[in-house]
Ligand binder design. Sequence first.
Ligand code: ATP
Ligand code: MG
Length: 576
Amino acid sequence: MSDRDEKSLSQETADNLPVNFIQNIISEDLMMGKNNGRVHTRFPPEPNGYLHIGHAKSICLNFGLAAANGGLCNLRFDDTNPSKEETEYVESIKEDVRWLGFDWEDRLYYASDYFDRLYEFACQLIKKGKAYVCDLSAQEIKEYRGTLTEPGRESPYRNRSVEENLELFERMKNGEFPDGSRVLRAKIDMASPNLNMRDPVIYRIQHAHHHRTGDKWCIYPMYDFAHPLSDALEGITHSICTLEFADHRPLYDWFIENVDYGKEIYGRPQQIEFARLNLTYTVMSKRKLRLLVEKGIVRGWDDPRMPTIAGLRRRGYTPEAIRDFCERIGVAKRNSTVDIALLEHCIREDLNLRAPRVMAVLRPLKVVITNYPEGQVEWLTTENNVEQPEMGTREIPFSREIYIEQEDFMEDPPKKYFRLRPGGEVRLKSAYIIKCEEVIKDDQGNIVELHCTYDPDSKTGGPNAGRKVKGTLHWVSAAHALPAEVRLYDNLFLKENPDDEEEGTDFTEFLNPNSLEVLTDCLVEPSLKDAPVESRYQFLRQGYFVVDPDSTSERLVFNRIVGLRDTWAKIQSREG
Ligand code: ATP
Ligand code: MG
């Protein structure tokens, strides 16, 4: 290959990069030779809950930008807060990142790995006269801080000598003082217009067990201190975070500037903020999601109604669909809310061409085909996916007793009802045309079964194969169908923005009481017999479904991922 070919190839790759403002910053940095041409990002979850679709956006962005620019991305647990973090969350986060398709290789880190270095850095600041031990209470610190319109007041402890500060800080570390009695603060500027710069707390006393460092420490660094310096120690070049940290950037830069961690070796990380993902009819904060789990409002973190990665996975979403979604929503600098219909559109797009199409009857109505020979079984050929002929065909059994959907028959239908009616005809998918001859009812007048006749010449290859009737129904053979439970889901919340809590309301007031409907008497075609957990299907005319882990060999359990009707595509075509 000539040089020119190579150039045009890499140009082509560059042209296909998702273009967003962060990529533009990185491209410019690369062009200027900043960071010696390195690109190194990180995904820094706090292990205090399961990851959600908002985190997926951040994961795709951090790992995606690294991959697109020949760089690396670390997974780093931000475990500076000992009372909240749990090992269960660490494990679930690793599993979810992997499932989404990303690989941190040998770069798994914990902020707690740096506790010794961070302590050292704090001492450094004290020695430079840039940090001091403060004995004000939390309440007093708040009062001294001032407001946006009023400058703060200096703490009476602000001018302690370096020696006294070093001694007190060491005694804090040695456990000589109770929780909350003292803190270490950065000495910056109590008159700064940015409240974050008014001598922020960088260490607090907390006699608490840490999931990794045990009881070694009783002082813990604050996020604003630990985060930039963890970035620095890992040689991160672009530290991507959400918009609410924009006001913290001057502080981020202050720590980078004033701590000697080895800038010659590690460089200087740059913080870049982007808008977090919000979804309609969804709450995203981990605190709220945890509350739903703890109160038993949902079955767990992986309840298929949850916006967690584990929930979306159990619901039947694919990693491909989630990555596609994250790419489509893009990266912006202004907060906005994405229509949940777009997420659903992405999974439909993915499964439309991939998922085998099968027949399942969710609310069965028995049909006896009176002119079909008793005991006879025919195996009819049907395609696995009409849009993908290469997915092949399979055989499905047909017999004298079948089931159709209750809603596919009406005794007294309105005009334009193209399904089955007394005296009417429909085609059974990949089988015969049947005609409804008689409606059988119980004593209460409920329809219990239909008696039909079939046209033996109407099957594929028969002389009447091309005969047109208005409706085509899905069906299963009574003797062959497998029992199944099907769980239908709707949005967890009725309100478009459940986070928007007015005075005196609570987000749980907006819960949708009908977010889960369980159908226990469903019947599916026998080809689904050993369908593995997480395999996905289109049930003809019903939507996309996934096999739930609750499934057993006696009884299949399916979750409906989404229905077939694409409200997003509809909105788009109306607007376009
Ligand atoms: P939550 O408010 O849900 O508890 P968090 O920001 O406290 O979220 P972290 O574990 O600290 O959760 O987040 C890890 C990373 O994921 C951070 O870089 C954060 O900016 C990013 N992130 C969190 N929520 C979203 C979101 N909704 N959209 C995009 N990125 C997000
Ligand atoms: Mg956080």
